[in-house]
Structure formats: C-alpha cells, structure tokens
Design a protein around this ligand. Structure first.
Ligand code: ADP
Ligand code: MG
Length: 233
C-alpha cells in the first residue's frame, strides 16, 4: 500500500528571523518562524499593528531580507538569490496588493496595469489584451485612460488588483488590502480579490485586521512577540 501523498508547499519558511533595532536594542520582529503554505490556500495573517505582518509578507516577496532562516517559493530559495534575480523572480511569480494601492500617478490606469509586463519586456500586444480583460473583470474598462487621481480609493485598489494579476502569478500577497477603504467598498474589493485569486485556484496570503475576512480563510496565522501560531479560523 502506498502512503498518502502529501502535497508539497508553495511557500516554505524555515527558522525565519528578522531583527530591528529598537531604542538601541535589537528586537526580534520574527523569531525562528516556520510555516508551510500550500498551493491554492487562502492564508490570513493576523496580529496587532507592529506585530510583523508586513515584515513577513515582505520576506516572502523578497522585498525585505531575513537575518536568519530560509524562504522557499516553489523550488526557489529566495534567500540565495541576488537582488537582480530576486526582482525577476518576484516579477514572474508574485503579485502584490498594498494597503495604499501604490499606483504610479503619472501613468494611466491601463499603463499601471501593464507595468509588470513593460518591466519584463513581455509581448506588449498580448499584455494589452490581458490588461484590458482584467480591467473588464474589475469593472474599470471604461477608465483605462484615466489617471489614478481621478479614481476613488476602491477603484484604485481594483486597478492594483488587475496589476497584481496581469502576469498570472502563482502567488498573490495582499497587505491589508481593505485597510484604507470604507466597509462596503472594502467588502466589494475583497469579494473581487477572492474571485480572481482563490476561486481561480491561486494561492493568496493576506494580512488583515478584519474578522470577517479571517472567517473566510483556510488557515489563520497569529503573530505575537515574534512567534507565529497557526490555527483554523
Ligand atoms: N525599516 C524598519 N526599521 C526599523 N524597524 C522597523 C522597520 N520596519 C518595520 N520595523 C518594526 O518592525 C515591527 C513590525 O512592523 P510591521 O511588519 O510593519 O508590522 P505590522 O505590519 O504587523 O503592523 C514594528 O515594530 C516596526 O516598528
Ligand atoms: Mg503592516
């Protein structure tokens, strides 16, 4: 009889440690954190402000560097990549949605969505079709040529979601994506994000304070004093 197959994790964090100086003393924001996240999972990261949620997401995307331990995404050890390879890896594999949208004000909505493709020298015509398709999905095709400052917060976040997905990443990271939106707008943006990620079989890791979002997760991780405790919602 063969043993049941365990799926291999998409993300594997082992012994992950990140320290910052606080009042001249080192503080372990993340202290020896181990975590596996599986393909297709919706994983929610909780913890009070300053507990290290953003730090953890930034280590998974390689925006930040660990002081110890390892971050693996798929078969790649991010901690072993130099800056250039890390940037390429992130561009090709990871979509990121931030709390404050981070759209580029001098680019139109469509140009913002196409940024990850333009950076990669991908096929611009095909990229444009994908970008317009995503703008349709988020209900903003008619705003393709508008500039971000003409859009509401919820609309800007929908553009940021389209941008995060334009290269069809296997992993999407969202750092308090509804944290800067009113409740109703936040709920609609969340629904859209889940439709385009989790319902499409993509892996989604989200930091949030919102208990309503937490209840929708497959698993929840709580950060406190540098340690991560994982449970079911
Ligand atoms: N660049 C930095 N320099 C010094 N301390 C930092 C830096 N970034 C984050 N921190 C500290 O690390 C801790 C965790 O921050 P963060 O990950 O942003 O928490 P959260 O996202 O849960 O609010 C905080 O105490 C913060 O002050
Ligand atoms: Mg944060």
């Amino acid at each position: 009889m063969s043993a049941p197959r365990t799926p291999s994790p998409l993300i594997r964090l082992s012994g992950l440690t990140r320290m910052y100086q606080e009042g001249g003393k080192p503080r372990r924001v993340l202290d020896n954190v181990d975590l596996d996240i599986y393909e297709g999972e919706f994983f929610v990261m909780l913890g009070k402000s300053g507990s290290g949620k953003s730090t953890l997401l930034n280590l998974i995307s390689g925006i930040d560097k660990a002081d110890g331990g390892q971050v693996r995404v798929g078969d790649t050890d991010l901690t072993a990549l130099d800056e250039r390879r890390l940037t390429l890896f992130r561009r090709d594999n990871i979509g990121i949605v931030f709390q404050f949208f981070n759209l580029i004000p001098t680019l139109t909505v469509l140009e913002n969505v196409l940024m990850p493709i333009d950076l990669g020298g991908g096929n611009r015509a095909a990229g444009r079709a994908t970008g317009m398709g995503l703008l349709e999905r988020v209900g903003l095709a008619d705003r393709a040529n508008a500039f971000p400052d003409k859009l509401s917060g919820g609309e800007q976040q929908r553009v940021a979601i389209a941008r995060a997905l334009v290269r069809a990443p296997r992993l999407v990271l969202a750092d308090e994506p509804t944290g800067n939106l009113d409740d109703d707008t936040g709920e609609r943006v969340l629904k859209l994000l889940l439709e385009l990620t989790r319902d499409a079989g993509r892996t989604l890791v989200m930091a949030t304070h919102n208990p309503d979002i937490m209840r929708l997760a497959d698993r929840v991780g709580r950060l406190h004093d540098g340690k991560l405790v994982v449970s079911n919602p």
